[in-house]
Design a protein around this ligand. Sequence first.
Ligand code: ADP
Ligand code: MG
Length: 445
Amino acid sequence: MSYEPTPVQKAFHQACLQYPIVLFMGATGAGKTTALIWQVIDDCLMVKNNRGMLARMTYEDLRDTVLEDLLIELETARIPYTHYKRYRFIHFPSTNSVLYLSGLGDTVKTLRRTKGRNLGFIAIDQLEDIPREVFTFQLTRLRLPHVPPERRHLFATANPVPEDHWIYEMFVGDPERGIEPLEGAKVIYTTLDDNPHLPPEFRKLLLQTLTTEEIDRYVKGEWGFVPVGQRAFPMFDKRVHVGQIEFDPRYALIIGMDFGYRHPAAVWLQVVGEPDDPVGRRVHVLDEFLGTDLLLDDFIEIVRDRTKAYFPKAEILFYCGDPYAATARSDRGEAIDVHLRRRYQIALRMKRMPLENSVQNIAGLLRLNKLILSPKCRILIKAFEGGYRRDEQGEIVKDGYFDHLVDALRYALDVFAPFGVLHPIVPSLNRAFRLKRLLGAFRPL
Ligand SMILES: Nc1ncnc2c1ncn2[C@@H]1O[C@H](COP(=O)(O)OP(=O)(O)O)[C@@H](O)[C@H]1O
Ligand SMILES: [Mg+2]
């Protein structure tokens, strides 16, 4: 045979014989599709009368990419086959195995032809394009009886996806919500460095044109996101704005919150620096939390628990939130700020600020190197690196993911750093007295 798998490709093929579900995830050009194709060929040639499926989201995508590569591999390896183009399958006469070529997102009419069939294996290229329901339905079709168990499997490739993509939840799980990864599923990660067969210019070209975040995603193959439009914070530089910072008990702990069911978000930060030293004053963002599908009370309780657990020495807390909270109804029918005061004795601090000003405040702090993120703020860092962005018209994109954490940060900074000016809060001495004087309306809890 003409195919010499790389070590990672070998690991993928081995995993395919050990686990019923295998995901080969990583950088573009790493050799995922090639490995998928050879696993398909191997399954068709090692099992007599096998019935398998090779799929992408649409048949047209499959035909123009994977199928073309498959036919080339079959030709160069001189493997006998017949391609029934019109009926969309390939027959292997040596074993009488059949490979169906499908688009999983195709209309019901074209799907009906193959829908009820029992299959020995399912191979999906670019799983990230496939809806979760379509994927789980496919799993039920792996029941061709005469196929040995180690060959009755689903294997797929994917480019790195955002952390709120169903693939991430299903294959990695979400310990914070008690979600375990799918049983029997294995992920093999690959990066561009794993493929020695690429022309050297390819890698160089990628490294030159991509941002650091894009390199993480496309070259290193880490979980990431699809960058569209322009970065909202092009001045953000991981080397400058991310650093090992610790909670400082001399200063107040500020919690910024963005309410909402789908992705409520919270950030924990401090404005550090003595009151008579405006130059040394900085914002330290110590931690972040992005919830998923949480009712308001559950979210607040998580925030309070995390505060107690991670900041046990924090004596003075300020909670900041969306000014809209003063009108928005909580699940209990009262305004959210009223609800927080009644039920949790939390006085929510809010300041109305146009979105653009608020974003500019953050940009200003970044330019002056006055905003430092802890490496714990993984999602916020990704947001700053390019997840939080502007569309072609220059408008901030509400992407439904990164924007919630940036909002949580904005609400805190709108209160404590309006117009980019960092006000001193909670000096080390005479805390109560100076607090009252300096903050005026802000009463400590
Ligand atoms: N084991 C291998 N031997 C030779 N060439 C390979 C091998 N694996 C991948 N390639 C080549 O590397 C290039 C990228 O591979 P591909 O499978 O399309 O990557 P991906 O699907 O991860 O983007 C293709 O030109 C492919 O032919
Ligand atoms: Mg590919």
